[in-house]
Design a protein around this ligand. Structure first.
Ligand code: AHM
Ligand code: MG
Length: 343
């Protein structure tokens, strides 16, 4: 019988690997694990409660918010407010960041960013959704209040990131910069137990993941790469929840794309609480993540909380191939002279 290692035991055991091993991060990760269990309980019986459907409000990104989004958001916020290690929160569902008061006059050293329920369009049709989170050390003076700049850090400054998947089973995958590990919730004991040690992404895979419905709206270089994926007989898998799509790619290899479209000229997905945490995880597992202008996601300056970006993320050899297509097929900007000559 394999030895059961719970998330708590694992975090404490690995605490020495973490250069800021002062226990606060351990507490934060455990608090996120508790919130995940609570959200999981409600996600699994959402159909029985009046928490399905749209909440008739929009979030900062203009998305219609689902009731379960709000429920998950409230649970994560309350778990983190009680933790004492977190001094600020930024969520997809909140326009501004949330200041978290210290306990016994001690302000927390970390800020947490999250998408409480990623893949909202899947909620009412029982398709998997996820929670995505990232943790930064605050930069401002810890005696004062948390500042916006504490959140506007690059993905390369993350001290930890992860996601929870509410699917056929409930899985929590995270990294503190020393590799990626996965924990499956064992409902009989109510614990996340180590189930996927030191996850390494395959160098390539048989899947590509993109919303093919937007194909004609993509730039030519992205359409050429997607044509190449089809020519290579890759299989299209697109769940509509980025965390779920990336999870498949982490284990089976492949590439996920969300290029710019007319509706989302900067890309749809948010840098702070979707792309950076998932890119941190994928890079830690040996993968790559860049935007469609070939900039490494984790190096992109974060200018505002709900900033969008394009993204190509997954197996390193496949991201490199996509890069070569962008380099080969990107149309050079038309010069003024050429523009005038064409009139
Ligand atoms: P959400 O966080 O509000 O659910 O939006 C993000 C989701 C991603 O998880 C997913 O990859 C994408 O939106 C799907 O968008 P589209 O329906 O345009 O393909
Ligand atoms: Mg999302």
């Amino acid at each position: 019988m394999n030895e059961i290692v719970t998330l708590d035991e694992f975090i404490i055991k690995r605490q020495k690997d973490f250069q800021y091993a002062t226990g606060e991060l351990t507490g934060l990760l455990r608090d996120i694990g508790v919130a995940a269990k609570i959200i999981n309980r409600e996600v699994n019986k959402a159909g029985l409660l009046n928490i399905l459907g749209a909440a008739k409000v929009e979030n900062a990104s203009g998305d219609v918010v689902q009731k379960l989004d709000i429920y998950a958001n409230e649970k994560l916020i309350s778990c983190l407010q009680n933790s004492g290690e977190c001094c600020g929160i930024a969520s997809e569902e909140n326009e501004d960041f949330i200041k978290v008061d210290g306990i016994d006059g001690q302000n927390g050293k970390y800020v947490v960013v999250f998408d409480p329920l990623d893949g909202s369009s899947n909620i009412d049709v029982n398709v998997s959704v996820g929670t995505i989170f990232g943790i930064y050390r605050r930069k401002s003076d810890k005696k004062g209040d948390v500042q916006l700049n504490d959140f506007l850090q690059k993905g390369s400054d993350l001290v930890a990131a992860g996601y929870v998947l509410y699917g056929t089973s409930t899985l929590l995958v995270y990294s503190t910069g020393n590799g990626v590990n996965g924990f499956t919730l064992d409902p009989t004991i109510g614990e996340f137990c180590l189930s996927h040690k030191n996850i390494q992404i395959p160098k390539r895979g048989n899947y590509y993941s993109v919303n093919q419905g937007y194909y004609l709206k993509f730039d030519v270089e992205m359409r050429r790469y997607i044509d190449y994926c089809c020519d290579m007989n890759l299989r299209l898998r697109y769940i509509g929840s980025m965390a779920s799509d990336i999870h498949r790619i982490l284990f089976q290899g492949g590439i996920f794309l969300y290029p710019n479209t007319r509706k989302y000229p900067q890309g749809k997905l948010r840098l702070l609480y979707e792309c950076n945490p998932l890119s941190f995880i994928v890079e830690q597992a040996g993968g790559k993540a860049m935007n469609c202008k070939l900039n490494r996601i984790l190096d992109i300056p974060t200018e505002h909380l709900h900033q969008r970006t394009t993204i190509a993320i997954g197996s390193p050899d496949m991201v490199d191939e996509m890069k070569s297509f962008v380099e080969r097929y990107t149309m050079p900007p038309i010069s003024k002279a050429e523009e005038n000559a064409a009139i």
